[in-house]
Write a protein that binds this ligand. Structure first.
Ligand code: FES
Length: 124
């Protein structure tokens, strides 16, 4: 039911944890299942220098977050904003349709973290 890539990222998730004094933090809840995702960003020269995530989500949420962090590390904020849940699901070789909602968590939390960072820059 899950691709090998999904199983790999679920079993060995990349970039799990927190960034102390992160430049941006985004937290979202999944309206479908109630699970929660938090993403921490370290930003330098408008690029994502480091990214970590923590989730109270299912295996698909863990795998999509792990893949997302690999996809956007080193990207500019605008490039990272263009990464959608579908981009992540495709990079993982697809997700079962019933699990597509889980992939929203990572993309939405990333977008929220970028907005948090940008909001802090404006108020500086
Ligand atoms: Fe909640 Fe997958 S069931 S994130």
């Amino acid at each position: 039911m899950y691709s090998e890539k999904v199983m790999d990222h679920f079993a060995h998730p990349r970039n799990v944890g927190e960034i102390p004094d992160a430049d941006g933090v985004g937290q979202v809840g999944n309206p479908t299942c109630g699970d929660i995702m938090r993403i921490y960003l370290r930003v330098k020269d408008d690029r994502i220098e480091d990214i970590k995530f923590k989730t109270f989500g299912c295996g698909a949420a863990i795998a999509t977050s792990s893949m997302l962090t690999e996809l956007v590390k080193g990207k500019t904020l605008d490039e990272a904003l263009a990464v959608s849940n579908r981009t992540v699901a495709e990079a993982l070789g697809g997700l079962p349709p019933v699990k597509m909602h889980c992939s929203n968590l990572a993309a939405d939390a990333l977008h929220a973290a970028i907005m948090d960072y940008r909001g802090k820059q404006v108020s500086k």
